[in-house]
Ligand binder design. Structure first.
Ligand code: ARG
Length: 474
């Protein structure tokens, strides 16, 4: 057949036929082989795949499902394969479809037929579910580390700029004066919630599916709890059919990332607006801006614009995985291979964006006098004026109406409310002393609580550094 893949039949060791060897008479259509292969992207799961195999084969040996000597030979072979990979010596072959078969065939080349015992009591269906969980455990921890860095940077800027006063906005209309640090700390709260969401989602990722085999479990006397312990999982999956087809944890990770991107995008938008000629509230660092090829005066906030723009692709990744999942009957279906690229793309995007935003925030320079000038417009005192009337006994609704009338009378005359004794922006800010308010002490309390939070999570993140399973076992 002219469509037959040459390499399938011509491989002298007969290895590349791999899992097709028994069942299939004909080779794969070469276009379908390419279409079907996932090795170009699932090679990112190489380390996790080896780790999973090392734990699995250790359990097979310990439970006498295969002889201990074979288990040890396989472990050694896998260790060498991991070394080859880490040294950039591993040769990937597309005709071997995915990372699992690539590793298994490499093992066969290294240690011979005994390699075939590794796949006892498991299937690629539970294997890939395990790999992705291992990978997302590590990735979530990394994202959390990046979030902690961004939060620290926000705290530093809030601290350093505690005395700067700016207009706070609603509807992008100047509303009431606030401290810049109060505004920045609002973003701290968003990223804190994001951090908590990732931490919380780790609980759903932390479930060990190996042993579910293809879908129904296996006929061997396996010990999945032992595998879970070796790999650092706190529990095993409760239902083999769910275990091989569940990707909720990946969808959840993508949602958490999408919402984090929403927050990054909002902050990026603020920085773009604040650094514009119209506002001039801040100067973005040269290191994160670019120039125009035609207009020499321009300094463009590209880093922030890209963060805002890249938010779209993360939403796309979330939509992709939800759509892949929605029509799937139990259990494993090849559609699930489409889960990986959105996950990888989102990981790369969110880590890049968090890292860049941390740099932008840490070096942004705020112009206190420009902000104070904008916050000094007399109309910003309207609420405080009404509050003053209320303190004299007037019901708030009536006071609101009176001040409204006063403003309407003055509007268009070009005269501000100068003839009335108005509180200064500092006085207005300082009178908002309740917890979560914008007075100096309230903001300082927020910053202190923020520092405590970041201190606690940094200790947690340091202690959670995953040790390589393969190093521990061999
Ligand atoms: N490459 C596959 C994936 O990513 C691995 C699992 C293959 N399982 C199967 N029954 N074909 O989902």
């Amino acid at each position: 057949m002219s469509h037959e893949l040459k390499s399938e039949s011509s491989d002298s060791q007969g290895l590349s036929k791999g899992i097709r060897k028994g069942r299939f008479k004909d080779g794969m259509n070469p276009f379908f082989a390419k279409f079907n292969a996932s090795i170009s992207f699932d090679k990112r799961l190489f380390v996790e795949d080896v780790e999973g195999s090392v734990a699995h084969v250790t359990m097979l040996g310990a439970m006498n499902i295969i002889p201990e000597t074979d288990a040890s030979t396989i472990r050694q072979g896998l260790a060498e394969i991991l070394d080859d990979f880490l040294a950039g010596r591993f040769e990937f072959r597309e005709e071997l479809e995915d990372v699992h078969i690539n590793i298994e065939e490499a093992l066969k080349r290294k240690i011979g037929v005994v390699a075939g015992k590794l796949h006892t009591a498991r299937s690629r269906n539970d294997q890939i579910a395990l790999d992705l969980r291992l990978y997302l455990k590590k990735s979530s921890t990394l994202v959390m580390q990046y979030l902690a860095d961004l939060m620290s940077t926000i705290l530093d800027q809030a601290d350093a700029n505690i005395d700067l006063i700016m207009p706070g906005y609603t509807h992008l209309q100047r509303a009431q004066p606030v401290r810049l640090s109060h505004h920045l700390m609002a973003y701290f709260q968003m990223f804190k919630r994001d951090f908590e969401r990732f931490r919380n989602a780790l609980d759903r990722i932390d479930e060990m599916p190996l042993g579910s085999a293809a879908l129904a479990g296996s006929t061997y006397n396996t010990d999945p709890v032992m595998v879970a312990n070796l790999l650092g999982f706190s529990r095993i999956s409760a239902n083999s059919m769910d275990a091989v087809s569940d990707r909720d944890f990946a969808a959840e990770f993508l949602f958490d990332a999408a919402l984090t991107m929403t927050h990054l995008s909002r902050l990026a938008e603020e920085l773009i607006v604040w650094s514009s000629s119209e506002f001039k509230f801040c100067e973005l660092p040269d290191a994160y801006c670019s120039g125009s090829s035609i207009m020499p005066q321009k300094k463009n906030p590209d880093a922030c614009e890209l963060i805002r723009g890249k938010t779209g692709r993360v939403y796309g990744d979330l939509t992709a995985i939800l759509t892949v999942l929605k029509g799937l009957p139990l259990t494993y279906n090849k559609d699930l291979q489409e889960d990986k690229e959105p996950v990888f793309d989102t990981i790369d995007t969110i880590m890049g964006c968090l890292n860049i935003m941390t740099g932008v925030i840490s070096e942004a320079v705020f112009d206190g006098s420009k902000m104070l000038e904008a916050a000094s417009e007399s109309y910003l005192a309207a609420t405080d004026l009404a509050d003053g009337l209320v303190r004299g006994g007037m019901p708030f609704r009536e006071a609101h109406e009176k001040v409204g009338e006063l403003i309407r009378k003055h509007e268009g005359t070009g005269i501000e409310l100068k003839e009335i004794k108005l509180p200064s922006p500092e006085q207005m800010v300082e009178s908002r002393i309740q917890p979560g308010g914008t007075a100096r002490n309230s903001v300082i309390s927020q910053i202190q609580a923020g520092r405590r939070f970041v201190g606690d999570i940094s200790a947690l993140l340091d202690s959670g550094n995953p040790e390589r399973v393969i190093k521990r076992i061999i």
